[in-house]
Design a protein around this ligand. Sequence first.
Ligand SMILES: C/C=C/C(=O)SCCNC(=O)CCNC(=O)[C@H](O)C(C)(C)COP(=O)(O)OP(=O)(O)OC[C@H]1O[C@@H](n2cnc3c(N)ncnc32)[C@H](O)[C@@H]1OP(=O)(O)O
Length: 260
Amino acid sequence: MSDSKVVELQIIESVGVITINNPPVNALTLEVREELKKILMEIRQAKDLRVLVITGAGSKCFVAGADIKDFPKQMEFGPRENATIYKEMFAYLEEAPIPVIAALNGLALGGGCELALACDLRIADEKVKLGLPEVTLGLIPGLGGTQRLARLIGQSKAKELLFTGTVITAEEALKIGLVNQVVPLGTALEEALKLAHKLAKGAGVAMAYAKQLVNKGTELPLQEALEMEMQHVEKIFRTEDLQEGLDAFINKRPPVFKNR
Ligand SMILES: C/C=C/C(=O)SCCNC(=O)CCNC(=O)[C@H](O)C(C)(C)COP(=O)(O)OP(=O)(O)OC[C@H]1O[C@@H](n2cnc3c(N)ncnc32)[C@H](O)[C@@H]1OP(=O)(O)O
């Protein structure tokens, strides 16, 4: 467990949990940004990290967005420097060869929603609300929200949420594909950890390839993407995990995957 108070990292049985702990709303302040930089270095060194979960402390907010009180400074010096570490963090979440799950324990607004969008899966507590309300401040999302939201839920719905700044319920988010699951009050982290520990025992190479193929393939022309998929199928046919999976099936026993 890192000794920071605004961002904590715990790794238990190859499942990492990053908790944004910056009361009262887990805003992405300068202190959070600096701590995230350290945490990013730590997780990059982590040996057998198989799944990562990101959540907020408390029950009010996952993350209520960028630090609005810091904006006057950003207006003076420009927003790029503040965005850089988040872009690096979000790129890590998207490129890491492991499933990344956002456990939405509370409001996910602005930069908080953008952090959730950079994860592979989103599990939302039933009371959670999500949105990109930047337009109500005369702003636009600056941590990838305009791009990831449109790719995830389609351009027209994304424009509707961006134009209006509407904050939607977890159920509405489920309907449009913005979250994967809605879970009972107060159980987002518990459910995310259940899924994380299940995935951590799964075929890690297969999940890494599936993540990479979806993330990279959907930006390519179909035939190129299909070729990339076939190249990965050829690679996976040479893994021990496939041998183990087939042998376990034939011998009617649970597989023990070694992630190689
Ligand atoms: C590139 C990225 C851009 C962005 O992310 S832009 C920001 C997008 N986020 C938002 O627009 C959310 C703004 N916040 C709110 O809408 C509300 O707040 C909440 C719904 C999160 C909570 O509302 P309630 O329960 O009524 O509490 P409260 O009095 O509004 O807030 C408690 C304290 O938290 C501060 N705070 C809230 N959100 C932020 C924020 N995003 N950045 C900095 N501070 C924030 C407030 O000012 C206040 O502080 P004090 O107690 O000193 O008055």
